[in-house]
Design a binder for this molecule. Structure first.
Ligand code: NA7
Length: 533
C-alpha cells in the first residue's frame, strides 16, 4: 500500500500485537498504518523458521481470545504447533479481518521524532518515506533484534551461515554436511535434534546449558478441543488472572516441607506433563528460595544423567544456575541427541570461542572445520528492537540515550519524555515471563482504551510522570529481588549483550496482578500519566 501522509496512529510491527491493535483501532474509527520489515504478517513466527521451531505454550492457550468466532472456528492440529502452523494462524487472522490493506510490508521504520508544536510524531522509514501521526505504537516484539556472537572473523567463513531468526524461506538441506551450531537456548535446543538427524556431523558450541523438558507434543484430540471450546470464556478469564498467562492450580506447599520420595514423584509428574509452567509451579517456593530450587535442579541433573550415556557430556549439559532463572526450554529428543555418534558437545566455559575462521570455528583449544555454521545466538532482548529505531522525544531526547543505564518505563507501556508513544509488552511489563498472547491482548486493549479516553475528552497528549515511572521501575526491581531471577546471567538481565546494563527487565509479579494495576491506573483517570489538551 502507498504510505499515507498522516494518520492517527503509526504501528511498528505486524506480529500478533500490531495486527490486533490495527483491528481494534479500526473499530474506534482511527486511521492507522502498520510498517512491517517482513514480507508478510506474523512477526516472530514470520522470521524464526529454523528446523524444529515450535511454540512452547499450548496452541489452544496461545491464541487470540478477542473474537469468539475466530476462537471457535480455528482448528489447531497439534498441542505445540510448529512455526508454519502458527504463521498460518497469523495469516488467517490477517485475511479474516482484512488487515493487510493497512500494512506496508518490507519496510523498516528508521526513526521517529516528536514535534511539540503540532503534538505529533514524524515517523521515517528506511525508504525515506515519512508519515505524521498523533500516536506511535511500538509493536516490535521482545525477541526480534537478532544478535550474532561477538567474536572475530564472522565474515571469514567460506561456507553458508544461518541465524535461527533469519532462516531462509526455502529451508536448508544439511544432508552430508559437517555443521557447527553456536547457542543452546530455545532455538538451539529445538533445532539441534532436527539438524543432527540430517547432517553428517553436528558440533554444538555451548556457553551455558539450558534446562529443557520433553514437550510430549502430540496431535490434539477432538474431545479435548471440543471441551476447551465449550469452556473458552472461563479459561480465558483464568488466563488473564493467572501468574504466567497459563492457568494452573497455585501450589501451597514448599519443596522443603515434603519428603524426597514425594518431591521426586511431583517433579516426575511435571516432567511427564510436558509443561514448563507445571514444573515452575510444582512448589510455591521454586522461583524464590535457593534451597527449594536446588531440589528441582538436582532432580533435573539426575534426569539428564539418566538420558545421556556419557557422564562427562551429561555433566556439561547440567546447568548450575537456579532452575527457571534463564528461560527454560521444551524439546523433542534434545538430551537423547547427545547419544548419537555424529553429535559432539563443546563446552565453551572450558574452551571459549576465539574466532570464526575460513574453515570453521576456533576455540581456545583447537579449530573445528565445517561446511555450514548455524548461529542460535538469540536476541538483544526487550530493548533492542526499540532502541534500534532512532526515537527522539521531547527536546530531541533519544530513547536509546535515555535508556543507556537500563530501560525506564511506567508499566512497560510508556516512557517519560516520549509523549504519545506506547510500547506493546515493553520492559517493565510481564511480557516474556508470560504467555505472550495474553500479555499482548491486555496491552493492546489498554492502549486502545487510553486513546479512546483522550478522544472523548479532547485531550491531545499523554506521557508518564517521572515520579510514577521511578516508582514503577523501583517496584519492578523490588519484585525481581524477591525471586531468584537476578542470580543468572540471562537475557532477562541484559547479560547476553556485552556492554548492556544489567537490570532485570520484565515485571515478575504475574499477569493477573499486573492487569489489576493497569486497570486501577485507568480507573483513576490514568494516574501517574500527565494528560494535556
Ligand atoms: P537465547 O535463549 O538467548 O539463546 C541464545 C544462545 O546463544 C544461548 O545459549 C547463549 O549463551 C548463546 N550465545 C549467545 N551469544 C554467544 C556468544 N557470543 N558465544 C557463545 N554463545 C553465545 O535465544 P533463543 O533464540 O534460543 O531463544 C529466545 C527465546 O525464544 C526463548 O527464550 C523463548 O522465549 C523463545 P548464554 O546463555 O548467553 O551463555
Amino acid at each position: 500500500m502507498p504510505v499515507p501522509e498522516s494518520v492517527d496512529v503509526v504501528i511498528v510491527g505486524a506480529g500478533f500485537s500490531g495486527m490486533y491493535l490495527l483491528h481494534r483501532l479500526r473499530h474506534q474509527n482511527k486511521t492507522a498504518v502498520v510498517f512491517e520489515a517482513g514480507a508478510d504478517v506474523g512477526g516472530t513466527w514470520y522470521w524464526n523458521r529454523y528446523p524444529g521451531a515450535r511454540v512452547d505454550v499450548e496452541s489452544l492457550a496461545y491464541s487470540f481470545s478477542f473474537d469468539p468466532t475466530l476462537e471457535q472456528d480455528y482448528e489447531w492440529r497439534e498441542r505445540y504447533p510448529t512455526q508454519p502452523e502458527i504463521l498460518r494462524y497469523a495469516q488467517h487472522v490477517a485475511d479474516r479481518f482484512d488487515l493487510r490493506k493497512d500494512i506496508v510490508f518490507r519496510t523498516r521504520v528508521s526513526g521517529a521524532t516528536w514535534d511539540d508544536e503540532s503534538k505529533t510524531w514524524l515517523v521515517r522509514t528506511e525508504h525515506a518515506d515519512a508519515v505524521r501521526a498523533r500516536f506511535l505504537v511500538m509493536a516490535t516484539g521482545c525477541l526480534s533484534a537478532a544478535k550474532l556472537p561477538e567474536i572475530a572473523g564472522l565474515d571469514d567463513f567460506h561456507g553458508p551461515t544461518f541465524h535461527t531468526a533469519h532462516w531462509p524461506h526455502e529451508g536448508v538441506d544439511f544432508t552430508g554436511q559437517r555443521v557447527g551450531i553456536i547457542g543452546t537456548g530455545s532455538s538451539g535446543v529445538q533445532s539441534i535434534p532436527v539438524i543432527a538427524a540430517q547432517a553428517a556431523d553436528l558440533t554444538v558450541f555451548q556457553r551455558t546449558p539450558a534446562y529443557s523438558l520433553p514437550a510430549r507434543n502430540r496431535a490434539l484430540r477432538d474431545d479435548e478441543v471440543t471441551a476447551m471450546k465449550a469452556n473458552y470464556p472461563k479459561f480465558r478469564q483464568a488466563q488473564r488472572e493467572s501468574g504466567f498467562g497459563v492457568p494452573v492450580a497455585m501450589p501451597t506447599r514448599s519443596a522443603l516441607e515434603v519428603g524426597d520420595a514425594e518431591r521426586d514423584a511431583t517433579f516426575e509428574v511435571a516432567w511427564e506433563s510436558g509443561s514448563l509452567v507445571n514444573l515452575l509451579t510444582a512448589y510455591k517456593d521454586l522461583t524464590t528460595d535457593q534451597d527449594a530450587n536446588d531440589t528441582a535442579k538436582k532432580w533435573i541433573h539426575r534426569k539428564i544423567h539418566r538420558i545421556v550415556d556419557d557422564p562427562a557430556v551429561a555433566d556439561d549439559l547440567s546447568p548450575q544456575y537456579p532452575v527457571g532463572t534463564k528461560r527454560p526450554c521444551l524439546d523433542t529428543g534434545y538430551y537423547e541427541t547427545y547419544n548419537r555418534d555424529n553429535v559432539h558437545l563443546v563446552n565453551l566455559q572450558r574452551t571459549p570461542l576465539v574466532a570464526v575462521t575460513d574453515k570453521g570455528i576456533r576455540t581456545s583449544e583447537r579449530e573445528y572445520e565445517f561446511d555450514a555454521i548455524v548461529y542460535a545466538t538469540g536476541f538483544d532482548a526487550m530493548t533492542g528492537a526499540l532502541t534500534n529505531v532512532d526515537i527522539r522525544g521531547r527536546d530531541g531526547v533519544s530513547l536509546k540515550e535515555t535508556w543507556r543505564a537500563g530501560p525506564r518505563t511506567y508499566l512497560g507501556i510508556g516512557s517519560a519524555g516520549f509523549p504519545n508513544l506506547f510500547m506493546i509488552t515493553g520492559p517493565g511489563s510481564p511480557s516474556v515471563l508470560s504467555n505472550m498472547v495474553v500479555s499482548i491482548e491486555q496491552h493492546v486493549e489498554w492502549v486502545s482504551g487510553v486513546i479512546r479516553h483522550l478522544d472523548e475528552r479532547h485531550l491531545r497528549t499523554i506521557e508518564p510522570q517521572v515520579d510514577a515511572q521511578d516508582a514503577w521501575v523501583a517496584h519492578v526491581n523490588e519484585i525481581a529481588g524477591y525471586t531468584l531471577y537476578p542470580k543468572a546471567n540471562s537475557w532477562y538481565m541484559g547479560a547476553n549483550v556485552p556492554g548492556k546494563t544489567r537490570v532485570f527487565m520484565p515485571y515478575a509479579g504475574g499477569v493477573g496482578e499486573y492487569r489489576k494495576k493497569c486497570d486501577e491506573v485507568a480507573a483513576n483517570g490514568y494516574e501517574g500519566f500527565q494528560l494535556t489538551d
